[in-house]
Design a protein around this ligand. Structure first.
Ligand code: MN
Ligand code: MN
Length: 499
């Protein structure tokens, strides 16, 4: 029998000279990506971690067995019911935004499995596609058991099929990154930026938190997924190396674009979870501390290794570490009926913790929360709408998220007039991304645009019900229904005391 090293190179890296068609016909630039190079230019393409199909199947089977055993042991409703309600909101937020995005990643990998320019690249992408299918199925299977107990878990599957504002933003991101990008841009955006730059924060940082709050199921789910990500993310480096060699400017542009887009998304999903939804006594590090370690340090090193500079907006990014997710969370709390998970009103101890972790910025958020808390105290428990916004807010024409750039004192929104239409953006990097490829983005309408065009209702309740896919049972509420023991002792805010 042949030894592994005798057959594996041929099995995983099989290329041949085409005779019936030209290479350009078999691998058109529109689908294979830019820069278009002949196959021999890619011949040195090597993935650092090599696997065969039988090894892959054996490894994945073991992972599945481990998950099935844990699901059997602690995957019941009673097990979930023991967990903190705020934490469960973090699980709902995470599961909804990721489950079907993983499915979109199947498509991105399959495109590379056909149109990637080297045999080894195509083999690695084939395994990547199988990985992402598993990542779609895991949260759908594990959390489906909880739907009969808590209907908000239904959003694990439902989310991407709605016109909820977060889903519109999510699709705007993943449709481009995972469904339509050519294999070169996909490798930079998904493998290098998203998977190498960000998912460590998600899968290592968040799974540590899951462990600390006692959510073994979620912890194992994240770890099981991460073992796959760590393998197929390695497709990114050899593709980016080649791109830097041939067209450094294009490489830098792609990294700058996808880093910002990924950042906004992660700051919301993981920032909410770490700084607001995890119970205070279980928190060890702030989102910013996690982001510093996993994104700022590790990603900067990666960029240096491939010979690229930090994105041009790095100082804006660094500043947003102190502000962005706090801005969006304040907006989400006061519009919680527009999402599918419950929100926590941060009490005095949580605010003190946040002030300690964010000495530069949190004093600007403190008065906002004091005002909300005061209103909640006046309203009493179980009155939801007293601390809730009533008119639809404005969204960014690039990221499609609420306009939450800058600080509470100075919003960084900017506008751009193009072909008689005024576009609005949350930040300079979002405006820059738009201006790089306006023909790609200009026709997309944000939620407010849809309301003005009569495609979505202007009345908030109607918008939630008939457009965002929510109803009273499933929409987000205050996690404690406003009944916080600390509210009775809450010092009155200066504004309230004055009136
Ligand atoms: Mn995945
Ligand atoms: Mn992946």
């Amino acid at each position: 029998m042949l030894k592994r090293e005798d057959w594996l190179p041929l099995a995983r890296k099989l290329d041949w000279e085409l005779t019936y068609v030209t290479e350009r016909d078999a691998f058109p630039e529109e689908v294979s990506g830019k820069p278009w190079l002949p196959q021999r230019a890619w011949q040195q393409w090597e993935e650092p971690f090599r696997t065969s199909f039988s090894e892959y199947v054996r490894g994945q089977r073991q992972k599945e067995q481990r998950l099935a055993a844990v699901r059997e042991a602690i995957g019941r409703v009673e097990d979930a019911a023991r967990l903190d309600r705020g934490w469960l909101s973090a699980v709902k937020l995470h599961a909804a935004t990721f489950a079907l995005a993983e499915f979109a990643a199947v498509v991105g990998n399959l495109r590379a499995a056909r149109f990637g320019r080297d045999g080894a690249w195509r083999s690695a992408a084939t395994f990547g596609a199988l990985d992402e299918l598993r990542h779609t199925q895991i949260p759908l299977a594990l959390l489906h058991d909880l739907v009969r107990w808590d209907v908000q878990f239904d959003w694990t599957h439902k989310f991407f099929h709605t016109n909820n504002w977060v889903a519109i933003a999510g699709r705007h991101l993943v449709d481009e990154m995972l469904l339509t990008a050519d294999p070169i841009e996909f490798a930079v955006a998904t493998h290098f930026v998203f998977e190498t730059g960000f998912t460590n924060l998600q899968f290592v940082g968040l799974s540590t938190l899951a462990h600390d709050v006692g959510d073994r199921l979620f912890e194992l789910m994240l770890q099981s997924i991460q073992t796959d990500e760590a393998r197929h993310a390695q497709i990114g480096n050899p593709v980016l190396d080649m791109l830097v060699q041939v067209d450094r400017e294009h490489a830098q542009r792609l990294v700058d674009k996808w880093f910002w887009r990924s950042w906004l998304f992660f700051a919301i999903v993981t920032g909410f979870a770490m700084d607001y939804l995890t119970p205070l006594e279980r928190r060890k590090h702030s989102f910013k501390e996690f982001a510093r370690e996993w994104i700022v340090e590790q990603f900067s090193e990666q960029l240096q290794r491939v010979g690229l500079a930090l994105p041009w907006y790095w100082s804006t990014f660094e500043r947003s570490l102190d502000y962005y997710h706090h801005m969006v969370y304040a907006s989400a709390y006061t519009y919680r009926a527009s999402v599918w998970f419950d929100c926590v009103l941060p009490g005095p101890e949580e605010r003190a913790w946040l002030a300690g972790k964010y000495p530069e910025s949190f004093h600007e958020f403190e008065p906002i929360w004091r005002r909300v808390a005061e209103r909640q105290r006046q309203a009493g428990p179980r009155v939801e709408w007293f601390t809730h916004g009533t008119t639809p807010v404005t969204f960014c024409d690039l990221c499609q998220l609420v306009l939450c750039g800058g600080t509470p004192r100075q919003n960084s929104a900017r506008t751009l007039l193009r072909d008689g239409r005024r576009h609005i953006f949350c930040s300079d990097p979002c405006a820059w991304i738009f201006e790089q490829e306006p023909e790609r983005y200009a026709a997309h309408e944000n939620v407010v645009g849809r309301i003005l065009a009569g495609k979505a209702p202007a009345n908030l309740l109607e918008l939630l019900r008939s457009y965002f896919g929510l109803n009273q049972e499933m929409w987000g509420k205050d996690v404690a229904r406003g009944a916080y023991p600390w509210l009775a002792d809450e010092p009155r805010s200066q504004e309230e005391a004055a009136c």
